[in-house]
Design a protein around this ligand. Structure first.
Ligand code: ASP
Ligand code: MG
Length: 420
């Protein structure tokens, strides 16, 4: 059994949905759990719907939702003939549910409504795609993932209830695979025990694929993307970025830690824990090898470069020349946690410490104000943070040439410099 995940970009047009069918046709008779995101930018569009609704602008919310509704109905019309009416009926149930909600007024907090609205994107995309695949001879069963994966009620960033989900996978999914080769379901969304929809955090579909792979003890997971493979640098920043053919989980989690945008960081643990290999594959050209990620040790990894622009350095000095102590750092970390800020680099000295952060002006402002209770605060903006894993002195020279280096941290594996 395999798990395939198709992201929003891989199903953002009629052609791409057809392309997805072509890919699946290459796996006849294989049991595949197919996890799919919302089409294209649907999640962004639904976020706006939820915001308008929560701000009391019901009319705008309904207008914005109407656009999402029409886009999906049009896609279904283009793709389907014999299966259109059944599909339309199922879509209409989701539309009605959403519109009923959007006519009301909010009495709970925003994150709750966000999840109730945004989850529709994946329900619509999978309904259409499942019908299309069945119509073209790729027999599959559609599953509402909210009946299988349950979470706590931490809306927008819910945590999987592994025990409940495991028992549902065993009692529903495993038997279903005896009757069908392919199951189509939604990434990113799930449900509480009270049947309220939840989501797992933006870009969470990768994580859903990993959760299913773990619970089904899958032989492998493939994430189908619009890039040829995991690259050793962002091709938008480095035109000579190269595909990496093989990686392991230890390296992948380090890359995610340093900010390389490869796959959702939460994805790694459920796969690593069960020793399940992961393939990152290109849906535009499935014959490309992509990247094979496993649990074994690897030698001779290429240099991996992460370049973060628009960095802010916060220099914090104790007010009375006292040593930086445990309590300073605990209080500082509490401020970070409250503001949901994760520093990209920190460094402590006797009476000062430094934190390097992404430039989110509103957050930096609150952070500086709060930190000013404890420290003298100095803020420097417009910096660049360069990280190189498996660096060579030559590459380091080349990438930092002509720059002024403010801070440098180095281990045998990794070098990080803050520069401008
Ligand atoms: N549709 C969701 C998002 O855009 C989840 C995902 O694509 O992974 O964040
Ligand atoms: Mg996506």
């Amino acid at each position: 059994m395999k798990v395939f995940k198709f992201g929003g970009a891989s199903v953002n047009s009629v052609e791409r949905i057809k392309n997805m069918g072509t890919i699946l046709k290459q796996f006849p008779g294989e049991k595949i759990m197919v996890v799919i995101s919302a089409m294209g930018k649907t999640t962004n569009a639904l976020e706006k719907v939820a915001e308008s609704f929560f701000n009391g602008e019901n009319k705008i919310a309904l207008e914005l939702f109407e656009q999402v509704r029409m886009q999906h109905l049009n896609t279904a019309k283009y793709l389907l003939v014999t299966h259109y009416l059944d599909c339309e009926k199922q879509l209409k149930d989701f539309f009605t549910e959403a519109e009923w909600l959007l006519h009301g007024s909010p009495v709970r907090d925003f994150d709750f409504y966000y999840d109730q609205v945004v989850c529709i994107g994946e329900l619509l995309s999978t309904t259409i795609i499942s019908a299309y695949l069945n119509e073209t001879g790729i027999q599959n069963k559609w599953i509402d993932v909210r009946d299988i994966l349950h979470t706590d009620n931490n809306f927008r960033d819910a945590s999987i209830d592994w025990n409940f989900s495991r028992s549902k996978v065993e009692s529903v999914i495993v038997p279903l695979f005896r009757d069908t080769d392919k199951i189509v379901t939604q990434g990113f969304i799930s449900s509480t025990d009270e049947n309220e929809s939840t989501t797992l955090g933006r870009e969470g579909s990768d994580y859903t694929a990993a959760v299913f792979a773990n619970l089904l003890a899958a032989e492998q997971v493939s994430i189908w993307k619009d890039v040829e493979a995991v690259m050793n640098a962002d091709p938008k920043q480095f035109s000579d970025a190269k595909p990496i053919s093989e990686l392991n989980y230890a390296e992948l989690i380090e890359m995610a830690f340093y900010g390389a945008q490869v796959i959702h960081p939460k994805t790694i643990k459920p796969l690593q824990n069960k020793n399940i290999p992961l393939y990152v594959k290109c849906f535009l050209n499935p014959s490309l090898p992509g990247t094979f990620i496993h649990n074994h040790s690897l030698k001779n990894l290429p240099p991996i470069i992460v370049l973060k622009e628009k960095q802010v350095m916060l220099q914090l000095k104790t007010k009375d020349f006292s040593f930086i102590g445990e309590h300073h750092l605990i209080e500082l970390n509490q401020i970070f946690e409250k503001l949901k800020i994760k520093p990209n680099l920190t460094q402590n000295a006797a009476i000062s410490c430094i934190a390097v952060l992404d430039d989110r002006p509103e957050k930096i402002e609150i952070l500086s104000l709060k930190a000013a209770d404890l420290f003298d605060v100095q803020v420097t903006k417009g910096l660049t943070l360069l990280t190189i894993r498996h660096y060579t002195p030559e590459l380091f020279e080349k990438l930092s040439a002509g720059k002024k280096i403010i801070l440098q941290q180095q281990t045998p594996e990794t070098v990080q410099v803050l520069m401008y």
